[in-house]
Design a protein around this ligand. Structure first.
Ligand code: SF4
Length: 333
């Protein structure tokens, strides 16, 4: 699935980079608008919320200036600002909307050689091998269709690295990754949800069956893999929906994933900003904010009430134990 765009906003200096130049040629048929900074495009940030889907059709090309690694303690040791932020898809809960508001469109950063060199340096200087999360700001499998960056990164770390890379995805375009010399150093994590949520909430992401096929292929190609059940959304009838999802995963995931893969389970958080954008941009979409189940936790953010979370965790642990008994649950948050 090649994402389509209708216009490119670009920092002129980006065209001095190999990738900037390649994008200019690839999207030569689109209008290109120069901007001062990918962080401040007034014309877009001042657009009304109802333009959210239209804004997502724009591609932004710039140079990443912030490179601070943030310590993490889940699958990875570090969150790494990498080659893109934002996304072409429009999942109604996407936390990137909290960071970038209605400007959660896809931004590509052309200084990829600099970012890769930093990553290799951090990997080399670490006292013990580390795991670097490179996909916390965007979906790199989708980005790879536009830039082929992921192919370069996986191969380079496979050849030169000591530690590992990891990234989650909701996309199935893994064919270019299957033959790479990854050296087992890239941990691929596929994010899944029940069919009803994929269709009604995760607009623009890959269908569930395609995601299951993709993670099976990645595992078959020797990548270590995990399954993210995320975000768990407690819609009416959620217990039955997640039971069907777990049953399907049990039937369709390959034996090696069911034996050696791991699980992460993340319950949805939501925010006032997301609710405002979704109400204006997707007035007919499934309402995912359920006031009676959620509680404010400051700065306009909401999470499920403690007793609701505890019940959901118990149900999800029971279902995973029933359907995927050998897969280790790393955490439920
Ligand atoms: S695929 Fe991921 S990054 Fe893209 S909109 Fe959905 S949650 Fe956000």
């Amino acid at each position: 699935m090649e994402p389509s765009f209708d216009a490119v906003y670009y920092e002129p200096a980006a065209l001095q980079y190999e990738l900037g130049n390649a994008l200019k040629q690839k999207y030569a048929a689109l209008p290109w608008y120069p901007i001062e900074s990918h962080n401040r495009i007034l014309e877009l940030s001042s657009a009304p919320n109802c333009d959210f889907a239209a804004l997502k059709r724009h591609l932004i090309v710039g140079i990443r200036k912030t490179h601070r690694y943030v310590p993490n303690a889940k699958v990875s040791d570090w969150l790494v600002p990498f080659t893109s932020s934002g996304c072409r898809a429009m999942c109604l809960y996407c936390y990137l909307v909290c960071h970038y508001n209605k400007c959660a469109y896809l931004r590509l950063f052309v200084n990829r050689e600099e970012m890769m060199a930093r990553l290799l340096r951090a990997d080399e200087q670490a006292p013990i091998p580390q795991t670097f999360e490179i996909g916390s700001n965007s979906d790199l499998v989708l980005e790879n269709v536009v830039t082929s960056n992921l192919e370069r990164v996986i191969t380079e770390l496979g050849q030169k690295g000591r530690g590992s890379l990891t990234f989650p995805t909701k996309f199935d375009m893994v064919a270019p990754l299957l033959e790479l010399a990854h050296g087992g150093k890239t941990i691929f994590r596929m994010s899944v949800n029940p069919e009803e949520i994929v269709r009604g909430v995760e607009f623009g992401a890959s269908p569930l069956g395609d995601r299951i096929r993709a993670v099976n292929e990645m595992s078959g190609a020797g990548y270590p893999v995990g399954i993210l059940i995320a975000p768990v959304i407690l819609l009416p009838g959620w217990e039955a929906m997640y039971a069907r999802l777990l049953e399907r995963l049990s039937a369709e995931l390959s034996p090696i994933i069911r034996r050696e893969g791991f699980l992460e389970v993340i319950l949805m958080t939501y925010s006032y900003v997301q609710d405002a954008i979704n109400s204006d941009a997707f007035p007919h979409a499934v309402p995912i904010f359920r006031r009676e189940l959620m509680v404010g936790r400051g700065q306009g953010k909401y999470c499920y009430r403690a007793e609701v979370r505890a019940h959901a965790e118990e149900v999800l642990r029971r279902l995973t134990h029933e359907w995927l008994p050998e897969m280790k649950i790393l955490y439920v948050v």
